[in-house]
Write a new protein. Structure first.
Length: 301
């Protein structure tokens, strides 16, 4: 059974709402707001994010995966703005979301922060908010991990935590036994050396070990704002680890221009086959164009 999945990340939705710093001001929020006004607002453009979203919806995917950083400094007004933006992507059964470090930039009460996005990161039973969440779509299982937690002003990392690590191992094993194509969604790359230590998961070695032991067909992430393809050497074969740039990034030194990936997943002669198409923002033509197409190798059935 064929299944198509669109993946984007790191929208960094702007502009910052008026009064974003007035409620519960914090030094890190203040520094983040300065960074936004003097630099980031010229890089992360809402009009590009809108073009990316329109391009995704025009491709008519079966499902959409969003791996975090919808907001910038975790101001409460940003979450309200972000929830409205998510509603334009589609209903919760069409979109799966995992938070990024900017979505947990500072502590925010759940009902005023990430709780507004909760419907997009629940299990099949909408009332079950345990993590990692699992969503089954045909013969594909989406496994969403939340590694977002407030960091010091000099860090942009995250932590998966022992409870999620234990459940992830159990879920990967059970889903493989049931014959599902397992996609792990996480904001930060889950393997050592892909992110700078100050931007990496604190327990990156532990989640990598879980993936090595239990396997997965695909891992998708954002965070680094670059197109990337890495592999984890698992007992069952190599696991592709695919990253996408920011979905709102204009031309910028050190970052890839905005892009998203479309995965076409098929079962061919008893083995998985994944074709990937990358669609990128063309800054000169002000439109989205196909920039790459490749096939992922799967060594296991």
């Amino acid at each position: 059974m064929s299944f198509s999945l669109a993946h984007f990340s790191d929208v960094h939705l702007g502009p910052l709402p008026k009064g974003a710093l007035l409620r519960k001001p914090a030094f890190k929020k203040f520094i983040g707001a300065l960074s936004w006004h003097f630099s980031r607002k010229h890089l992360y453009l809402p009009e590009i994010a809108a073009q990316v979203l329109a391009d995704i919806l025009a491709s008519n995917p079966d499902h959409v995966a969003f791996t975090g950083d919808l907001v910038n400094i975790s101001a409460e007004a940003e979450f309200v703005q972000g929830a409205a933006w998510l509603s334009h992507v589609g209903p919760p059964d069409f979109l799966s979301y995992t938070p990024g470090n900017h979505d947990a930039y500072v502590d925010v009460p759940k009902h005023l922060g990430l709780g507004l996005f909760a419907a997009y990161m629940t299990n099949e039973n909408a009332k079950d908010e345990s993590l990692p969440f699992i969503r089954l779509r045909r013969n594909v299982a989406l496994i969403g991990i939340n590694a977002a937690c407030p960091q010091s002003i000099f860090r942009a990392g995250g932590t998966v935590g022992e409870l999620q690590l234990t459940k992830l191992a159990e879920n990967l094993k059970a889903l493989r036994a049931r014959g599902f194509y397992r996609i792990v969604m996480i904001h930060h790359p889950p393997a050592p050396g892909i992110s700078h230590p100050q931007r990496a998961l604190s327990d990156v070695g532990k989640i990598c070990a879980v993936l090595q032991n239990e396997g997965a067909e695909l891992v998708i992430h954002g965070h680094n704002h670059t197109r990337s393809l890495n592999f984890i050497d698992a007992k069952s074969g190599k696991i592709p680890v695919v990253g996408v740039p920011s979905a709102s990034m204009s031309a910028s030194r050190g970052h890839d221009v905005a892009a998203w990936n479309l995965y076409q997943i098929d079962r061919v002669r008893g083995k998985w086959q994944t074709n990937v198409t990358t669609r990128s923002w063309n800054n000169s033509e002000k439109t989205m164009t196909q920039s790459a197409q490749f096939q992922l190798e799967h060594q296991t059935s």
